[in-house]
Design a protein around this ligand. Sequence first.
Ligand SMILES: Nc1ncnc2c1ncn2[C@@H]1O[C@H](COP(=O)(O)OP(=O)(O)OP(=O)(O)O)[C@@H](O)[C@H]1O
Length: 446
Amino acid sequence: MSYTTPSISDTHTVSVLLVDDDPALSELLAIRLESHGFDVTLASSGHAALRQLANGPVDVVITDLRMEHMDGLALNQKLQAQYPGLPVVMMTAHGSIPDAVDAIEQGITAFITKPINSEELLAAIDKALPEHRATQLTDPDNFHGLYHQSLSMRQLVQQIKAIAPSQANILIQGESGTGKEVTARAIHLASSHSQGPFIAINCGALPAHLLESELFGHKKGAFTGAISDKQGLIQSADKGTLLLDEIGDMPLDLQVKLLRVLQEKTVRPIGGQHEQTVDVRILSASHRNLAQAVSEGKFREDLYYRLNVVAIQLPALRERVEDIPLLANLFIKQLAAGQKRLSLDATTALLRYAWPGNIRQLHNVVEYCVAMTPGKLITADTIISALPEQDDKQGFVGLNDAKRQFERDYLIKVLALCENSVPQAAKLAQRNRSDFYKLMKKHDIK
Ligand SMILES: Nc1ncnc2c1ncn2[C@@H]1O[C@H](COP(=O)(O)OP(=O)(O)OP(=O)(O)O)[C@@H](O)[C@H]1O
């Protein structure tokens, strides 16, 4: 294998911190690395390396194992604690590689043995960097709790930012677990109603009569069991936002009542004589296709148009694979306070899975893996053991379809690993750019 430049350095100069207490060797390696376009900083000890890092971040640390005062493993421990996910390449004298499992547990990305061969060194850096870039949480885009990185989500967030301040009713559609409620909350927080309450109700979770009373409230004695006046959620959400989740499950007679609220901006409790004025932003969500429910006569067309002044379609997680490592790392950070991380194979296993339960399922899988991993490194085996068994015969496809599917998945994963940089992805896939573009076109990947 012949390396001239690192595979990801096309758009960004890769910075390397080289830690070795042998100045002659350091100088030599620095000259070699600089001739390949790296930006190299030298440190003559572990302590000096930590001081350098405090002055500014680097992309990768290359350190000698044997050093006085603080050896490479001790330095690595400090690095992983202070800069989780920072790739560390360890240089060792021949025969002194510590137990590999132990080393991987300690988060070391690669080992190279002395005497250092340039190609091996470049290959080790190359191996270290994509993992680092694909799994680290650099600066995730966070719009009021809606974390994202993919192009489709960034475009969607732009759309949300534009419409959130208006009073428009918004219908949020997407598969179960794609983040409809998180999105609704983000819209509320970005709106002029953000100082008011945010209330969510699942219209599919209650029988019709209870749902009516929950939404509209009731007067004492309105029906058996109505022992006192009760305020409905529409009124409780006054000056705030009400999310009607699974709106498609709302019975038709309640749909009529809801339409009146939207048209008149008033609500009348069950058994009440008077309409009461309310100022509430209505957001609704559904995992079902409401337009289809309208065409089947299961949902009122007039209500559909009232609710659907603006439509937001959340993509399934498998359609925004770049968000998978980002969200998995976010959940690990939340659940394990940065004490654990994903191996490269584990990230690949996450990227290969189709996530029918979307982000909720990803969260559950990460939670399981964090609990099942005693050390630092979450492995692919643990991820795979957390995923439900797929029924191999159901949905079995022919060889041609399987090849096509593989090719598409492969392109998406390579692009995700390279943060959508086609030149880098083409290099990683060992294809020239125009071939790679042709493949993307063939599979309709933008
Ligand atoms: N962009 C995101 N960033 C961080 N966490 C998210 C994001 N989207 C969803 N989640 C998390 O995923 C889980 C499911 O999200 P949410 O309940 O909003 O999905 P949903 O589409 O409303 O699901 P359902 O259709 O089942 O009601 C929650 O734990 C939520 O915090």
